[in-house]
Write a protein that binds this ligand. Structure first.
Ligand code: SAH
Length: 465
C-alpha cells in the first residue's frame, strides 16, 4: 500500500500525455477541470483531442526530450515497450508518471472521481478493481446534495466570517460543523440574516463561557468560626452561591451577602446526605450560571474532604477552580484540648489516618501494622464509631496498652458538657490509654464528630480546664 491520496494542485502545471486514443481522451477529460497545461503527443491523435482548444497536440513519435519540464507524465500509448521506456525515463528524472494498465510502473494512480464544485472525492483500489471503485463512486455521487457547489461556496465564506466573529476555536468549530450539517441535510444555504442570527447565538454561548466566574473551594477551618483564613473569608463575602455541608461553624454563614444563595448538602435532620456525584453535578450546574460559587468545606478541603474529586469534576467541565486551604481538624481539634501533634523528644512525626475506609474489610487502612509500629502521633479522623476496632487492631499489632489516647470533640458552640468530660473553651475530651479509652468514652456523653489521638502527646494537657 504505497499510494497516498495527496491532493496536488496541478493548475498551470505542465503535463504530458503520450498516446492519442480512447484512453488518452478519457484521461484528458479527467484532468482538464483541474486546469493543467496539457500536451498530447502521438503519431495519431483522436479528433476530439485535436479539436480541444485547451490542449497542445503534436502528431509525431515521442522523443525523450519531450518529458523535460513536465510535472507529470501519462504513458497511454498502445506500445508496451514505449510506455515502459517513458516510465523508466521519468523515474530517472524524478517525474511523476502514470502508465496505463501497468500499476508496477506507476508513480501515481488515477482515482475514480466525484467532483462537484469544490468537492473532490478520489477512490482507488490500487488497480485491483476499477469496477468496485466505480460502484463506490456512484454511491457517493448519489449522496451528494445537488446544491453542493453553492453550499461549499457558502461554507468557505462562512469560515472567514466565523474566524472574525467567534474567538473561541472550540465554539467556532461547533458552529461550522452544525451549520455544515444543516446545509447538507436541507440541501440549502442560509440567508445573510439567518447566518448573522446563528453567529449571534454562538457569540452568546462564547460570552456565557467567558463569564463563568468559577468555583472557590474554601477550607472553613475547624473548631471555631474565626479559624477560617483571611483569604477564605474574602471568598465567602464575595460568594453569589454558597454550597456547604456539615462540620462547619454555622456562624460563618452570616458573613455571606444577603443575596447569596445558600445550599446545604449535608445530612442533618435525618435527611440523607447528597451523594458525591450529585454534589459534583450541582457544583458544575451552579458554576455554569456564571455566578461566583464558593464550596465551603470543614477543615481543609484536601484532608479527607473529597476536595480533589470536586476539583477534578469542575476541571473536566473546564470551569475555573481555586482552592483556599483551611486549618484541618487533625491538628486544630487536638490543639483545642491542649494536645500538640508533635513535641520534641516525645513525638517526632504525626500521621493523619482514616478510621473508616471502604478499601478494606475492617475499615482500617492496609498499612495499619506499619503505622502501629511508629513512635509518632497517630491521628484518626472519621473513627469515632470504630474506636473499638482501632484500639484492638493497634494492640494486636503490638502497640503498648499504656500508650496515651484521647478522643476530642472540637466544639462549634459553647455547649453544655456532660459530667465526666473534660472541658476546654473550644473542645471536650476523654483521655485514657489504648487499653481503657473505649470504656472511658462509653462512660461519657462525648458527642460526634471526634478526633482520636494515640501516642505520647495524647497524654499532654497544655491548656487549663
Ligand atoms: N476536611 C476535614 C476532615 C473531614 S473528615 C478536615 O480537614 O478537618 C471528617 C472528620 O473530621 C470527622 O469524622 C472528625 O474525625 C473530624 N472532625 C471534623 N470536625 C471536627 C470537630 N469539630 N471536632 C472533632 N472532629 C472533627
Amino acid at each position: 500500500m504505497g499510494y497516498f491520496p495527496f491532493f496536488i494542485d496541478i493548475k498551470n502545471q505542465k503535463g504530458l500525455l503520450v498516446g492519442g486514443g480512447k484512453v488518452a481522451v478519457h484521461k484528458v477529460e479527467k484532468l482538464l477541470p483541474f486546469e493543467p497545461i496539457l500536451t498530447v503527443i502521438a503519431p495519431k491523435i483522436d479528433e476530439r483531442l485535436l479539436e480541444n482548444q485547451k490542449l497542445s497536440c503534436f502528431q509525431r513519435e515521442f522523443q525523450d526530450e519531450d518529458i523535460e519540464g513536465a510535472a507529470f507524465v501519462i504513458a497511454a500509448s498502445n506500445q508496451e515497450e514505449l510506455n515502459k521506456h517513458i516510465s523508466e525515463l521519468c523515474h530517472q528524472k524524478g517525474i511523476l508518471v502514470n502508465v496505463v494498465d501497468d500499476k508496477e510502473r506507476c508513480g501515481f494512480l488515477f482515482p475514480a472521481l466525484v467532483r462537484e464544485g469544490a468537492l473532490t472525492v478520489g477512490i482507488s483500489t490500487e488497480g485491483a478493481s476499477p469496477q468496485v471503485a466505480a460502484n463506490i463512486r456512484s454511491e457517493i455521487a448519489a449522496r451528494v446534495p445537488n446544491r453542493i457547489e453553492e453550499i461549499l461556496d457558502y461554507l468557505a465564506q462562512l469560515r472567514i466570517l466565523a474566524k472574525a466573529k467567534i474567538q473561541s476555536s472550540e465554539i467556532r468549530a461547533a458552529f461550522l460543523k452544525e451549520t455544515a450539517d444543516f446545509c447538507m441535510e436541507q440541501n440549502c444555504v442560509l440567508t445573510e440574516e439567518e447566518t448573522l442570527e446563528r453567529i449571534r447565538q454562538y457569540q452568546c454561548k462564547e460570552q456565557a463561557e467567558k463569564n463563568v466566574a468559577g468555583v472557590t473551594l474554601v477550607g472553613a477551618g475547624c473548631g471555631a468560626y474565626d479559624l477560617i483564613t483571611v483569604r477564605g473569608m474574602q471568598a465567602l463575602r464575595h460568594a453569589q452561591i454558597l454550597i456547604y455541608d456539615d462540620l462547619i461553624d454555622e456562624r460563618l454563614l452570616s458573613y455571606v451577602s444577603e443575596s447569596c444563595e445558600k445550599i446545604y448538602v449535608g445530612k442533618r435532620n435525618g435527611k440523607h446526605s447528597m451523594k458525591q456525584e450529585e454534589i459534583n453535578a450541582l457544583l458544575v450546574e451552579k458554576a455554569k450560571t456564571g455566578k461566583r460559587v464558593v464550596r465551603l468545606k470543614g477543615g481543609d478541603p484536601f484532608v479527607f474532604g473529597r476536595g480533589g474529586e470536586e476539583m477534578l469534576a469542575l476541571k473536566q467541565e473546564k470551569i475555573p477552580v481555586k482552592e483556599v486551604p483551611g486549618i484541618t481538624s487533625s491538628i486544630a481539634v487536638p490543639a483545642a484540648a491542649g494536645i500538640p501533634v508533635t513535641h520534641r523528644r516525645l513525638s517526632q512525626n504525626f500521621h493523619v489516618i482514616t478510621g473508616h475506609t471502604v478499601v478494606t474489610e475492617d475499615g482500617l487502612p492496609k498499612d495499619i501494622e506499619a503505622l502501629a509500629a511508629l513512635q509518632g502521633t497517630l491521628i484518626f479522623l472519621m473513627g469515632f464509631t470504630h474506636l473499638r476496632t482501632i484500639t484492638e487492631r493497634l494492640l494486636a499489632c503490638g502497640k503498648s496498652p499504656d500508650t496515651p489516647a484521647a478522643v476530642v470533640h472540637g466544639m462549634f458552640q459553647k455547649e453544655v458538657i456532660e459530667k465526666g468530660v473534660a472541658k476546654y473553651p473550644e473542645a471536650v475530651a476523654v483521655r485514657g490509654t489504648l487499653a481503657d479509652i473505649v470504656q472511658k468514652v462509653e462512660n461519657t456523653a462525648i458527642p460526634m464528630p471526634a478526633v482520636i489521638v494515640i501516642g505520647e502527646t495524647a497524654g499532654m494537657e497544655l491548656l487549663e480546664e
